[in-house]
Design a protein around this ligand. Sequence first.
Ligand code: AMP
Length: 283
Amino acid sequence: MQRCETPAALRAALAGRGGRVALVPTMGSLHAGHLRLVERAREAADVVVASVFVNPLQFGRGEDYACYPRALEADAAQLGQAGADVLFAPSVETIYPHGYPPATTVQLAGELVDSLEGAHRPGHFTGVATVVNILFNLVQPAVAVLGEKDYQQLCVIRRMVADLGLAVEILGQPTVRAADGLALSSRNRYLGAVERAVAPRLYQALRALAERLTAGQRDFTALERQAVAGLRTAGFAPDYVAVRDPQLRAPAERGPWVLLAAARLGGTRLLDCLRVGAPAVNG
Ligand code: AMP
């Protein structure tokens, strides 16, 4: 696996290899969920580029940018084993060469970015869309592979690609979980032992909500409230539990649905998502 830190090195690495390029954008501190994306990229393209970049533009004030876990050497070893061809790990100065913050950003408007994560993390999706657009321009992938764990992010990137006419196919991948159901996340390493034991309750809350929907309950607001109350009792500080349709609009009576939750456990903010009766987002 070739390691590159600059656009020039990246171009040189890609110039020597023909065929379809797949990009797996990450913030590093990799786990099996990220590596599953690399495997999917391997199936979808001839050349797999994984990027590791902790993007300051998508962190709000008071969020964990400074202490976000960084483990580049371990990441490189894992990516090599998983079959990545190129690791692109640029600096902040490389991604934002004319100073930070950049003068040009990609800002989406509307309910898709104003709700859920957007409501709790103002500016977050502008940071995500901007950096993903920059990475797409630098890598010029035919396909990019993203996780459904960050379901709203996946929808935002799909929308950006459609709105800007970008020639990138977006593949969404199901969430990889620990044996007890907790969605794997780089932030899980913030959890203390007691918190780690409680953390799977977030997924359990989504499962319980899914069962109620499957059993025929349709008072979506009451179901959301009930799930939020349950999480509070379990020790979380929930930001939201939401039932939506697969495009993140108001849920339809017949489904399919996507259940989304964000909750703080101690100092760690956890995110999860569960599809109910929904076809794969790629389908
Ligand atoms: P991050 O490094 O957290 O920004 O995530 C990089 C990519 O990995 C995003 O597309 C995430 O949705 C995806 N991802 C993170 N955790 C998981 C997981 N447990 N299963 C599948 N994909 C994941």
